[in-house]
Design a protein around this ligand. Structure first.
Ligand code: GLU
Length: 297
């Protein structure tokens, strides 16, 4: 496994040079482009990691996956409110939300993620903590926290998520006040954890033995299906073709991919490609999956 990771790292680091670190959240704009970390966790308990694998990174939209799963534990029918179909309109499109009659296309575009945070807040009183707790389940004792400087920085700079939240509220799609939802959403995106922790946290999506039961098998299959079609912004076809695994990425440069029945692999490499996915992360996972023979196809 370690040899595969080393080969993947080499390819990943090379590809990272073609990308650009996101400036969307001002507090993350100066993260060093050369940071690189990769971890694998398998359902039979093996772990391997390389690079900055103990360092926490801002998981950003990877948190949308864990928030969704935390919500599905409370309400397995939450899909009806957020949808499950793909879109090529981008993750922050108000026009797409309007075209779809104010029902988000899926839980990974920002309108869907805001509805997920809203409902999770309703069920738990603290969507951020519920998301952190689910992440911690896979790696007890590991540091997982929401970075308040990152959350605050996005809150001050943001207009788009506020606009989406107002459109959702206008059409009765939110239960809580926007003033409660947005700080929770930004704090959820600002969750910080290492690749080792995120790889282990995602294992319940790969496990078919019943060893890490968080959600029932049918729900896990659905989550993986929606990850495959909508987890990597507009690049689903490219990711299916190159990697063949359900995956979720974030603008912090993190990517988590799931091989059902086998395990998970997580990479952190900050520079993003033209689709908004980690350039090094996608290439490293592509190489790792090729060497390990991981593909759902
Ligand atoms: N906090 C960012 C936003 O809501 C996350 C974007 C991302 O990672 O896709 O826009």
């Amino acid at each position: 496994m370690r040899d595969y990771l080393l080969a993947a790292q080499e390819r990943g680091r090379e590809a990272a040079r073609t990308g650009h670190v996101s400036r969307q959240v001002p507090a993350l704009a100066d993260v060093a482009a050369t940071r690189f970390a990769m971890a694998v966790a398998t359902v039979d308990g093996a772990h391997a990691h390389i690079g900055d694998s103990d360092t926490g990174f801002s998981i950003q939209s990877v948190s949308k996956l864990f928030a969704l799963c935390a919500l599905l534990r409370h309400d397995p029918d939450a899909w009806t409110e957020v949808g499950w179909g793909p879109t090529d309109a981008g993750y922050g499109s108000v026009a797409d939300l309007e075209r779809n009659h104010w029902r988000p296309r899926n839980p990974f575009v920002n309108p869907g993620a805001l509805v997920v945070t809203d409902r999770l807040l309703m069920h738990t009183g603290d969507a951020v903590n519920a998301t952190i707790e689910l992440i911690r389940c896979g790696h007890p004792g590991a540091p997982v926290y929401s970075d308040s400087l990152v959350a605050q920085s996005e809150m001050v700079a943001d207009h788009r998520n506020s606009a989406i939240a107002h459109v959702l509220a206008e059409h009765g799609r939110l239960i809580n006040d926007i003033d409660r939802i947005l700080p929770q959403y930004f704090a959820q995106c600002a969750i910080t954890a290492s690749v080792q922790t995120i790889a282990r946290a995602g294992l319940f999506l790969a496990d078919r033995t019943g060893g890490h039961v968080v959600l029932d098998a049918a729900t896990v299959r659905r989550v993986n299906a929606v990850l495959l079609t909508s987890g990597m912004y507009g690049a689903a076809g490219d990711i299916a073709y190159r990697i063949g695994l359900p995956a979720k990425s974030g603008i912090g440069g993190g990517v988590l991919a799931v091989m059902p029945g086998r395990g998970t692999v997580c990479v952190w490499s900050p520079p993003l490609d033209g689709d908004g996915n980690s350039a090094g992360g996608v290439t490293a996972i592509e190489e790792f999956a090729r060497l390990a023979g991981w593909s759902v196809f």
